[in-house]
Design a protein around this ligand. Structure first.
Ligand SMILES: Cc1cc2nc3c(=O)[nH]c(=O)nc-3n(C[C@H](O)[C@H](O)[C@H](O)COP(=O)(O)OP(=O)(O)OC[C@H]3O[C@@H](n4cnc5c(N)ncnc54)[C@H](O)[C@@H]3O)c2cc1C
Length: 323
């Protein structure tokens, strides 16, 4: 069989080494976006944390932020043709407003996160991240469980089947509610007490991969999670939203707080054009145009949930006052 030239031993490395590398020095002094820190950490829940451990770009020209990498990438596609959006901040705001994605994918952040498994299950649905999780087949699961405080135990929401809202009254003024909250904590203690059995059975030789089956989902896990900024913004939009579960919201807020100083222009644009903005459907636009105010065509009667959403938007827009 003929051997291709590149597979001849020694030939490939000779070809590789024959390529010269030209080194271009930075035009300006560079600064570390993490200011020399190994990690920047925010505690979450009772035993959790979100720690930023690395960033790309990590080094940016003095006086700039990681926003610079977005502008750099965008300019390669726009070249000189965008004089009207030539200012960096304006360009980033334009890109975000017009839903450009790839320039924001040029920035990446790597986190080390510790969270209860039931939160990890929600988090892992964000498929565009790279994840490496603690292995409970390889190692013993640490004895760490999330337990909300008595005051933070939420009741099932009446309006949202997926949510909990109001907390139980535990100041002694309503003995029934206090008893229910305390029964809930007892239930968690019972579940957590299975850890002793887990520990004992692994010591007696049961494999870790099977022994873990009896542990409750409020046990903590850890992972490294790396994601580009475009998809982090998507994660934050969904998980900082009031519809997200309170516990994952706490992590999303911590992540936002860590990233805001790294990419301040992008974060401001994201709040302006996405997170704190409002999407209007065609029916809602028609309702506003016609000053219908009270009900968008076909919404109020046909779809209760959509009608409620429209009512919330009207309230935010102050439309009800004008009809
Ligand atoms: C409040 C709330 C309630 C939820 N309830 C449930 C529930 O009851 N049950 C349930 O199963 N899930 C539920 N989810 C999870 C939800 O449906 C999404 O799976 C999760 O939020 C991840 O969103 P994403 O796909 O946008 O994120 P990512 O997976 O990070 O994807 C980001 C973007 O990349 C693109 N993308 C990623 N993968 C692909 C692909 N394979 N093909 C094409 N495009 C892709 C899409 O544009 C996507 O929006 C809930 C989420 C929230 C926020």
């Amino acid at each position: 069989m003929a051997t291709s030239p590149s597979t001849v031993p020694g030939r490939a490395s000779a070809e590789i080494e024959s390529k010269p590398i030209s080194r271009v020095a930075a035009e300006k002094p560079l600064r570390d976006v993490m200011d020399g820190a190994q990690r920047l950490e925010i505690k979450c829940l009772d035993h959790g944390f979100v720690a930023l451990v690395d960033a790309m770009p990590r080094l940016v020209p003095e006086g700039q932020t990681a926003d610079a990498a977005i502008v750099q990438a965008a300019r390669v596609s726009y070249g000189q043709g965008t004089k009207q959006v030539s200012e960096d901040k304006g360009l980033i705001r334009y890109l975000l407003r017009h839903r450009h994605t790839t320039p924001f994918e040029m920035v990446e952040f790597k986190f080390h996160i510790a969270m209860p498994i039931f939160i990890a299950r929600q988090w892992i649905r964000h498929r565009t991240a790279n994840v490496n999780e603690y292995s409970a087949r390889y190692s013993i699961v640490p004895d760490r469980f999330y337990r909300p405080t008595m005051e933070a135990i939420r009741k099932q929401s009446a309006s949202n089947r997926q949510g909990g809202e109001e907390t139980f009254v535990v100041d002694g003024s309503d003995p029934d509610q206090a008893a229910t909250a305390s029964a809930f904590l007892e239930y968690l203690r019972d579940a957590e007490s299975l850890y002793q059995k887990y520990d004992a059975l692994t010591k007696r030789g049961v494999s870790r991969e099977l022994a873990r089956m009896g542990l409750p989902v409020n046990v903590y896990t850890e992972w490294y999670w790396k994601c580009d900024l475009h998809n982090i913004l998507r994660f934050l939009s969904l998980r900082m939203d009031s519809h997200a579960q309170l516990e994952i919201r706490e992590y999303a807020h911590a992540m936002y707080r860590l990233l805001e100083p790294m990419v301040p222009v992008t974060m401001e644009a994201w709040r302006d054009y996405e997170f704190e903005s409002m999407h209007l459907s065609r029916l809602e636009v028609e309702a506003i145009r016609g000053h219908a105010g009270g009900a968008a065509p076909d919404l109020a009667t046909s779809n209760k949930r959509e009608a409620a959403e429209w009512a919330a938007k009207r309230a935010m827009l102050g439309l009800d006052r004008s009809v």
